[in-house]
Write a protein that binds this ligand. Structure first.
Ligand code: NAP
Length: 208
């Protein structure tokens, strides 16, 4: 395993939230048009690391745009027998619940738990349900709303050795839709760095 014996601290009164993104050297996490030409951004190993980070989680959270794009693929991979085995080996329930955050009442899906609560209320509800460590997979807009409320504890960030560039806001970066005021700029501490080939796997603490 890439992330063997991963341990997360317990937090009082809310779950421990972590996120996982892959970005290019120029900080891009997605290109909005002709997406398929640019995806995947990371390597096969990066994808394996993503599955492992999911396996450690008590539930998974997607923003509605991420779910629209990758929700079906995600559900398929959560139902994969090797993934369920990995969870069993980690002592987790083999079924990983997926929560999709949207304000739209019209969105329904048999495998998605749809919720529109604000991040603080959602954190409280999920904690009450017994979820103690939670992977928020983004996207950048959802990540912004959790970061704003100091609800992201760790960031797993893969740097892929690529440069996409940008024109007319055609790309997304890690955090979108919110500019932190000077006094609230996030200062992170680097917990670990793994280099495999030309790819870097970084793990940051937010220190909320
Ligand atoms: N490179 C990577 O590692 C990586 C990782 C994740 C995602 N991505 C990319 O990121 C893109 C999606 O990101 P995005 O920023 O466009 O969208 P997103 O964060 O997935 O979803 C944003 C949407 O979620 C709903 N939402 C967000 N915060 C909410 C809140 N606090 N309360 C209620 N609803 C909330 C709103 O949709 P409604 O209109 O439905 O209410 C909002 O427009 C995809 O293209 C994906 O490929 C890349």
């Amino acid at each position: 395993m890439f992330y063997r014996n991963l341990k997360f601290p317990k937090i009082k009164n809310r779950p421990f939230f972590y996120t996982n993104f892959v970005q290019t050297v120029d900080g891009k996490v997605q290109v909005l048009k002709n997406t398929k030409d640019y995806w995947p951004i990371g390597s096969k190993l990066d994808h394996e690391a993503l599955l492992e980070l999911r396996a450690y989680s008590d539930c998974l959270i997607h923003g509605s745009n991420l779910a629209k794009e990758f929700g079906e693929i995600t559900v398929k991979s959560l139902n994969n027998s090797a993934f369920k085995r990995l969870r069993r080996n980690l002592g987790k329930n083999p079924t990983l619940p997926l929560f999709v955050i949207t304000r739209k009442k019209s969105v329904t899906h048999p495998m998605w738990n749809i919720t529109s609560l604000d991040p603080k209320a959602l954190a409280c509800e999920l904690y009450t349900r017994g979820y103690k460590q939670i992977l928020i997979e983004g996207g950048p807009t959802l990540l912004a709303s959790f970061l704003k409320e100091n609800l992201i504890d760790q960031i797993f960030l893969t740097i892929a050795p690529k440069i996409f560039g940008n024109i007319n806001s055609s790309t997304l970066t890690l955090v979108e839709g919110y500019l932190f005021p000077k006094k609230a700029i996030k200062n992170l501490s680097l917990l670990s760095v793994k280099k495999v080939g030309n790819e870097l796997f970084l793990r940051y603490n937010l220190g909320n």
